[in-house]
Write a protein that binds this ligand. Structure first.
Ligand SMILES: Cc1ncc(COP(=O)(O)O)c(C=O)c1O
Length: 361
């Protein structure tokens, strides 16, 4: 794939922020775009100035949500170079989501090369501040102009990047989580395991209700019995039994197969913890917390890496975990993972990919 790099006028160049990054508030000067049509396949790969995309009001993704996205990060190493963390997992998941949403696959190597080329050009946007990073958002949207309900023939694939601050700006603080057994996020046979916008749209109503009640995330239960634990917000969830056994729900089609989840299972085993994928009944789980059998609960995902849960709210009751404090297993996993991501510790798993600089600074 030849990527055309479109020049950018100097008056449109913005300098990256150096503090107070927040989460995806500003985007780098350039973005990657590529178009798909049945007769030309993927074509017109460009790195061009970041800016609005003009869409016909009848563009099908705006109506029927035929779209997918990914989320991964780039990390500044102590030697100044830039790491990606298991990017092959994200490119593979992008194509799995594409298949489920009846969209064309991208070439996985070219997709990763596009991410690397964009970041190599925009290297100044990868923060140097400790524990800040660059968020990478590959996206694909259906672009046919029609209100007929069917898979689009044409698509736009784009990649945008944005510096983000440390998730735990005020320390490794446990989050309060609201459990709903009234609403569900995904059902068996649906699109829960695809990274597609509708899953997130479906979560917003309860997310707002949880926030009104003082919780920052929602714990989702299965769509059929509303009894088995699935995910927490936009993270996978793990429970620690007696400080040594890490358990997470199995991937049965309704849960996003998280890269961090997979890493926690592999790293947990490597660090000597027992790890298991098992169905978790919400009532038993709350009882296990009340009786001290569950000693820690944490979410895991790219944004936070590990987010300890301090308490659950369910049917008007509050169930406190580990006195509302982060536990040693969450800390151990968090520190080990971020040290590998930033290239501060050895990577015995081959998870880290250092971006070739290609002559860019
Ligand atoms: C619904 C959902 N579950 C889990 C995750 C965690 O996945 P990952 O570890 O690949 O970021 C995400 C994304 O971050 C998500 O959106």
């Amino acid at each position: 794939m030849d990527i055309q790099v479109v020049p950018i006028e100097s008056d449109r160049l913005r300098t990256p922020p150096t503090t107070d990054y927040g989460f995806c508030q500003v985007f780098a000067n350039r973005m990657f775009t590529q178009r798909y049509s049945p007769n030309r396949g993927w074509h017109d790969a460009q790195i061009k100035p970041y800016g609005p995309i003009e869409l016909d009001p009848a563009t099908s993704s705006l109506h029927y949500a035929q779209m997918i996205f990914e989320g991964l990060k780039a990390y500044r190493r102590p030697d100044g170079r830039i790491n990606l963390f298991r990017p092959w997992e994200n490119t593979r998941r992008f194509n799995q989501s594409a298949r489920r949403m009846a969209m064309p696959a991208v070439d996985e190597e070219e997709h990763l090369a596009a991410i690397c080329e964009l970041i190599a050009i925009e290297a100044d946007w990868v923060p140097r501040q400790s524990d800040a990073s660059l968020y990478i958002r590959p996206t694909m949207i259906a672009t046919d102009h029609t209100l007929g309900v069917r898979a689009s023939a044409t698509y736009l694939h784009f990649i945008i990047i944005s510096p983000v601050g440390p998730y735990f700006a005020e320390g490794f603080n446990p989050v309060p989580v609201y459990i709903t057994d009234q609403y569900v996020r995904a059902v068996a046979g649906g699109v829960g395991e695809a990274k597609t916008g509708g899953n997130y749209a479906a979560s917003l109503y309860v997310g707002e209700e949880a926030r009104r009640q003082g919780y920052s995330q929602v714990l989702w239960l299965d769509g059929l019995e509303r009894r088995y634990v699935e995910e927490v917000g936009a993270m996978n969830i793990c429970f620690v039994y007696q400080g040594r056994r890490i358990v997470t729900p199995p991937l049965t089609g309704t849960i996003l197969p998280g890269v961090t989840r997979k890493s926690v299972l592999e790293l947990g085993r490597h660090l000597g913890y027992e790890v298991a994928e098992e169905r978790i009944d919400v009532h038993e789980m709350l009882d296990d917390i009340r009786h001290g059998r569950i000693t820690e609960v944490f979410g895991c995902g790219t944004a936070a890496v590990i987010a300890p849960v301090g308490k659950f709210g369910f049917h008007g009751e509050e169930i406190i975990i580990n006195n509302g404090q982060p536990g040693p297993v969450a800390r151990d996993l968090f520190q080990t993972l971020v040290d590998i991501q930033y290239g501060r510790a050895a990577d015995p798993f081959g998870w880290v990919y250092t971006i070739p600089t290609n002559g860019h600074k």
